[in-house]
Each structure stands twice: as C-alpha cells, then as structure tokens.
Design a protein around this ligand. Structure first.
Ligand code: TYD
Length: 207
C-alpha cells in the first residue's frame, strides 16, 4: 500500500469537517491525488446503510444490529473505495473510521471493545489509518455547537451521559494507541488546531 490514510475522530460537533477541508487543500496544493470520504457512508451502498442507521424513526434498533450495520457500511467502503485508493497511492482523508465503532458501540452501547473489534476486523481487511486526529472537546460543548448549526440524527439525540461515555472511550483509545492517535485540544481556534495538524502531517510526509 503506497498511499496515506488519515482519519478524524471526535465527539459530534468537534469541528472535524473544517479541518478536513483545510487538509484537503493542503494535499491538493502539494499535488496529491486526494480522496475525501466519511463513515458511515462513502459509497452508494454504504450511504443507503447510513440512512437506515441514522433515521430518527428507527427507535427500535437493537445495539447489535447497529454495530453490524456500521461494520457492513465499512466493509463496502473499504472494499470499494479505501483499499483501491491506497493501492493507487492516494491521500485518503476519512471522517470517522473503526475508532468510532469502538467508542460509540463498544463503550457507549456497552457491547465491549473486543466484540466490536471482532466484527470490524472482517470489515477492514486489516487496513489501519496511518494517522488519526482526535479532536478533543467535551460533549456538552461540542453538542451545543452542533445543535445550533444543523439537523440532529438518531445518535445525536442520545443523552449527554451516553456522549460522555463515548468521550471517555476516545481518551482511553488515545492512551492505548499513542503512535497512531494524535489528540488535539478542539477548544482552540481553527487556526491553532490546523497548526498542530499540519505540523504532524508535514513531518510524517518527510519520513
Ligand atoms: P454524522 O452526522 O456523520 O456525525 P458527525 O458529523 O459528528 O460525524 O453521524 C454519524 C454518527 O454515527 C455520529 O453520531 C457517530 C456515529 N457513529 C457510530 O456510532 N459508529 C461508527 O462506527 C461511526 C462511523 C459513526
């Protein structure tokens, strides 16, 4: 695999989209072939699965069903888009990946990290991000931003307690994978956050 695979993680409303756009511009100025994508989604089939998962009317959805649907969406995304793009040497930037499943389903929904990892090992075919930026902001602050900006989906409607558990999960993952996961204080200004990201990415590209 010759490309570079960068993922963004963090609570809903942590500002991932803004930073992804800046990083896209950076890679494009450097002449990279870029792929910007997101999960759940990123392919036609995965987007169809996404609409089932996030539909606010699906209040009956079982947590195992939810975890399997995220993984199914990911399996299609990896097979159809991410793996081929890596083989073509592209710079891939993905809004959320397996870490989201680990913390939202494994920890937030209490399915356990091992079970969720197991389901996802099938989906990812062993592909891991080269760098994961974790935008760190407490869920109450992040959700405030989100509620004032756009529509809320089924996951956003969860209680603050759920989002706090998810956030603690992220902090745990940051400790578990210190080489891959780079935590950034997302309460800083857009420019300051970007400064940290670009520092890491440009150093990594040199190696
Ligand atoms: P989205 O509207 O894309 O949220 P955001 O802009 O914050 O990324 O909705 C995705 C939701 O799905 C979000 O609440 C996180 C959740 N999610 C999981 O629970 N598990 C997963 O594996 C992924 C990828 C996302």
């Amino acid at each position: 695999m010759t490309g570079i695979f960068i993922t963004f993680e963090g609570p809903d409303g942590s500002g991932k989209t803004t930073q992804i756009k800046l990083l896209e511009q950076y890679f494009s100025e450097k002449g990279y072939d870029i792929l910007i994508t997101r999960e759940p989604g990123g392919t036609e089939i995965s987007e169809q699965i996404r609409s089932v998962i996030l539909d606010r009317n699906n209040t009956k959805m079982d947590k195992i069903t939810e975890a399997l649907l995220y993984a199914a969406s990911r399996a299609q995304h990896v097979a159809e888009v991410i793996k081929p793009a890596l083989l073509e040497g592209k710079a891939i930037i993905c809004d959320r990946f397996v870490d989201s499943s680990i913390v939202y389903q494994g920890i937030g929904r209490n399915l356990g990290i091992d079970l969720v990892k197991g389901i996802n090992d099938m989906a990812t075919q062993g592909i891991e991000p080269d760098i994961t930026f974790l935008l760190k902001i407490s869920p109450d602050k992040a959700l405030n931003r989100k509620f004032s900006s756009d529509e809320c989906n089924r996951l956003d409607m969860e209680k603050l307690e759920f989002h706090n558990e998810v956030y603690k999960g992220y902090l745990k993952l940051e400790k578990l994978y210190p080489k891959r996961i780079i935590g950034i204080d997302a309460t800083m200004s857009i420019e300051e956050i970007w400064g940290e990201i670009i520092n890491i990415v440009s150093n990594r590209l040199k190696t």
